[in-house]
Design a protein around this ligand. Structure first.
Ligand code: AMP
Ligand code: ZN
Length: 499
């Protein structure tokens, strides 16, 4: 029996708005698609929250014994300013401003995103496809939608015909938006004149002469719309109907609504059985976003170099802070909350260190320990209840206090059966490390690094005393390449800065 049989997962399906028992398309397998970042600038802490949510989902499914295929894309074309069908492509714009090739922008920020993911212990997905790698498929599906009468070409651009689609389907099924309301509201956009109706959205856009990201198509040179990439990449790697589609709450409309329309239109079936939306990280109640100027970068958080930060915080403290709330609630950022999270995380982390070294003396009670067994069950029950990390952490605190009691002798291991102890130990360790992805803050490594740099500084001093300048310069230059800048002081003493 797998853990997923013992602790079946229930999740809140944004499609329908109910909590449902998770039943995969293929027994024992989970296929999940999550909208990844648009790589035109540094990911901020708000983005991190969304990717952390789905890191937890994929980690937990894996832990329960499922084989998980997790696809998270990189948006490197087609996402226009204002998230609408107008304006410049976000990546092209950055490339123009910085005088770079668009793909230089893409590579730089994709690497930055990967680095941040590593820092927060967010595991890589199974497949990370990019929109520019799937232009051919995007053209094919656009043509198919035209052939089916669900899209039309005007002046080299192709638009999805929402009213034609809605005749036999329900546009608004996910977001609850009503077509009549949408037709009345909204700004007037330039391309509206081209569209049959203002709610139609672009599948393909004609490239103006100055547009740098362009591909040939049956409709002339252009580039794909934002929504079509996700339909193409999810279908290609997970099939026409897969288990879970995820993303930030702000993508529900129009992005995900349009994805459903495209997929249902082209394949005649719903793309995903379950839709999950992660709520926003806010600052003083406002969504953290680059355009509002209230976002900060992970780097600033670690160093404390931001007017809103009292000091720096480690990535595991931040991870813990985010896990303290359920993914479907908004989470407000504050220094107080981070200070509290740091203390809380330290408690759990200390207990982890203790239990890892602790062994059962052998013998002991023959029957299980109902208190410890219950905590194990509670941890799983809470995770299986819509990935409730907040409640799971509360159980881990109780487990940590039992661990401290075991250490102090308040709870005698002799009174606990060996099996109960082993299950308890295994669960605490696995939930902390594998499921929640909490690992020791790397302070230890930092201390070690400082020590090693000082050894090298001493060696360099010695080399200079011996007039071995070739060696002393080499130590300085090699360290510089690694981001450690040595500085010679007046008195011959040396200090360093880390990049
Ligand atoms: P983007 O690069 O803008 O396409 O965003 C990448 C992901 O981050 C999307 O799934 C967004 O929904 C999500 N996101 C953006 N801002 C926030 C925020 N303040 N809190 C949580 N998620 C966010
Ligand atoms: Zn998407």
């Amino acid at each position: 029996m797998e853990l997923y049989d013992k602790y079946p997962v229930h999740l809140s399906n944004s499609l329908g708005g109910k909590k449902e028992l998770f039943t995969p398309v293929n027994p024992g397998h989970v296929g999940m698609y999550v909208c990844g970042p648009t790589v035109y600038n540094d990911v901020h802490l708000g983005n991190v929250r969304t990717f952390l949510t789905f890191d937890i989902v994929s980690r937990y499914f894996r832990h329960l014994g499922y084989k998980v295929r997790y696809v998270r894309n990189i948006t490197d074309v087609g996402h226009l300013e204002n998230d609408a069908d107008e304006g410049e492509d976000k990546i092209s714009k950055k490339a123009r401003l910085e005088q770079l090739e668009p793909m230089e922008v893409v590579k730089h920020y994709t690497e930055g995103f990967h680095e941040v993911s590593r820092q927060f212990n967010i595991l890589p997905p199974s497949i990370e496809p990019s929109a520019t790698g799937h232009i051919v498929e995007q053209i094919q599906i656009t043509q198919k939608l035209i052939d089916l009468g669900l899209a039309y070409e005007v002046n080299g651009s192709v638009y999805f015909d929402v009213l034609a689609y809605d005749k036999n389907n329900h546009y608004g099924i996910l977001s609850g938006r009503v077509i009549e309301d949408l037709m009345e509201s909204g700004r007037k956009l330039d391309s509206q004149d081209e569209k049959r109706n203002k709610i139609d959205f672009a599948l393909w856009k004609k490239a103006s002469p100055y547009h740098i990201m362009r591909w040939p198509s049956p409709w002339g040179e252009g580039f794909p719309g934002w929504h079509i990439e996700c339909t193409v990449m999810s279908t290609k790697y997970l099939g026409e109907t897969f288990d879970i589609h995820g993303g930030g709450m702000d993508l529900k409309f129009p992005h995900h609504e349009c994805e459903i329309a495209q997929a249902v239109g082209a394949h005649g079936k719903a793309p995903a059985n379950y839709w999950m939306h992660s709520n926003m990280l806010t600052v003083n109640g406002q969504k953290m976003s680059k355009s509002l100027g209230n976002s900060f970068l992970p780097r600033q958080l670690f160093t404390g170099d931001h007017p809103m930060l009292e000091r720096g915080y480690g990535p595991m403290t931040v991870r813990f802070f985010m896990l303290q709330s359920h993914y479907s609630s908004t989470l407000d950022f504050s220094n107080e909350a981070l200070n509290a999270a740091e203390k809380g995380f330290r408690k759990l982390s200390n207990a982890l260190g203790i239990i890892k070294k602790m062994n059962h003396p052998g013998g002991g009670a023959a029957t299980g320990n109902s208190d410890l067994d219950k905590l194990v069950t509670d941890a799983y029950t809470n995770m299986s209840d819509d990935f409730n990390t907040a409640k799971t952490l509360a159980v881990l605190f109780e487990m940590a206090s039992r661990i401290n009691d075991m250490k102090s002798g308040n709870l005698s291991l002799k009174s606990v059966s060996e099996e109960s102890f082993q299950t308890f130990k295994k669960t605490y360790t696995a939930v902390m490390e594998d499921v929640l992805g909490l690992r020791e803050e790397q302070e230890h490594d930092h201390e070690l690094l400082k020590g090693v740099i000082h050894v090298l500084i001493d060696l360099r001093k010695k080399a200079r005393e011996d007039r071995n300048y070739a060696l002393s310069d080499r130590i300085r230059d090699d360290l510089k390449r690694l981001g450690v800048q040595l500085m010679d002081g007046k008195e011959g003493e040396m200090s360093y800065t880390l990049e």
